[in-house]
Structures are given as C-alpha cells and as structure tokens.
Design a protein around this ligand. Sequence first.
Ligand code: NDP
Length: 296
Amino acid sequence: MPHQDIPTVTLAADGDQSAVDLPAIGQGTWYMGEGLATPEEEVYALQQGLELGLTLIDTAEMYGDGGAEKVVGQALQDRRDRAFLVSKVYPWNAGRDSAIAACEQSLKRLKTDYLDLYLLHWPGGIPLEETLDAFERLREQAKIKRFGVSNFDVSDMQALTNLPGDRRCAVNQVLYHLGSRGIEHSLLPWQREHCIPTMAYCPIAQGGRLRRELLGHETVEAIAKEMNATAAQVLLAWAIRPVDGERDVIAIPKAVRPDHLKQNAAALQLTLDDDALARLDSAFPAPKKKVSLDIV
Ligand code: NDP
C-alpha cells in the first residue's frame, strides 16, 4: 500500500491477515469535524495526504463526537482501498456487545464496511477479556482486520498479553515526541521485545502547544536549518528514526494546512545522522527512571 521508496513499519501477519507494510508517517484527525477548518478543507487535506503517501488515517469515535469519522468517510468515499483505516472505541463502549455496536456506528459514519485496525482508546473499567472477545467477534464478522490498544503502559500491556488465548495486539498508540520521551524507559523496550509496533500520537506536540519551547528550540532549529527542513520535520524524522536498523514507530501528525501536509510527507525522506541525534538527545534527554505515561 505505501508508495515506493518510503520508510515503512511492518505489522506482522495475524490469523488470515498477511503482514502489512505501513508508511512510517500517517495522518491524525483529532479536531477535524469540529469547525476549525471547513469540511472541504479537511477532506481535501486527507485526500492530498493519501496522494503524498500518508496512507494510514487515524481517527476515533471520540473526535468531534463522530464528526471526524464523518470527514474521513467523505474523504475515502471513492478511494477506501487506498487507505489503512484506524479507529478507536471509548473504554466505556468496549464491552462484549457494546463494542460491536460502537464499531458498527463508526463504520456507518466512515461509510465503509471494515476497519483495518480497531483500538481500545485507553484502559477502562470493562474487563479486557470482554473487549478482546468483542474484537475477536468483529474480526470473525470481517468488520475489523486487526485490533490494538492505546494509552497502555507496561503493566496494562502485561495484563493484556497474560490473558488466555492467542490474540495478537497489533499496536499500542501512545503520546511520543522529542519533549516527552518517557516511553523509552520501559514501554518501548517491552514492546520491542514483544514485537508490538508503536503509533506515536502528538508527534509534533500539537504544533508546539504541548511544549512551547520545542519547535523554536535552538538545537531543533539549527538541525532543521542544516537539513533545509522545518523544526516540525525534524521532530517527525526523530519520532520515526530506526533503532538498530529497524523501524517500529509510526507517527500520526494531524495536518489540514496544505504546507503542513507537504512538510509532513517530505519528512519521510529526512534521515537524522548520528550527530544530529546526539545533539537532540542532549537537548532533550530521555528520563533515566520510569515516569508515568504521558497522555492528553
Ligand atoms: P500533532 O502533534 O499531530 O499536532 C497537530 C497540530 O500541528 C495541528 O495544529 C496542525 O495544524 C499542526 N501541524 C501539523 N503539521 C505541521 C507542521 N509541519 N508544522 C507546524 N505545525 C504543524 O497533535 P495531535 O493531537 O493532532 O496528534 C496527532 C494525532 O494522534 C491526532 O490527530 C489523533 O489522530 C491521534 N491522537 C491520539 C490520542 C490517543 O489518545 N490515542 C490522543 C491525541 C491524539 P493544521 O491542522 O492547521 O495543519
């Protein structure tokens, strides 16, 4: 599915699903369908993103109360097969039957009959086993191809993988950007050991709003200038950097402005060398001890 020559992250084969290569940068949709931009601008942005190779689209029933899913549905109406579509269920909708109903509502808004990946948005009060049973039924009904989780820390991941049965969690989607590296202490290593790729949300710290100093930081700016790139592109290239030659992080920036989209797609071609990585590391070191999972 990804265009040729762009860096990818592989989701392993799972049951009747063969392994799939996804672009290391996709498209987020939070705040779409809420009037920040016109629906036409948002639909156009998603379609442009697809053209540029950002074929993974991440959405959720939560975003704009279903409004973002409707925008995505409109964008994909005549090109569903070109996208890898991800949506998420609220934890309180993730019961044995309620998750089926929530997924069906999402599919209706998305004007499609299947999701490529369905995530539990964050850990909640409903027993995980129930949620996984629902995901399994959704798979049997061909309404979802894979399932995963979001905002799960190490202990949540351990609880998930300790459940009986042979059910593969495809990804964990968590907050990750240069200014928030807590997952590098134990969650990322744990996921790497268990071959579970990471989807990095807020990869540009919500356009810098989560960490004001990030985009204008002198080290980030200097590296951007040396590479003829923007600070946001440096943050994206950093988030998806290969570790020991392997990529397993997919960044999902949300962008509606056409110049933002072009930059984000071009960031797929940006490789930070060891010197740039070391400078970023010393400006924004990863924590040396476990910190609680950052969320928004
Ligand atoms: P991002 O870090 O993706 O930042 C989005 C903001 O950055 C927008 O204001 C956008 O502006 C701006 N932007 C995009 N590209 C650039 C660029 N090249 N240069 C400068 N600014 C830019 O934050 P999000 O919170 O949107 O996170 C990304 C996605 O992750 C979400 O949209 C959602 O799909 C997912 N998510 C998941 C969560 C979870 O709990 N699982 C929680 C939060 C997010 P504009 O749109 O005007 O172009």
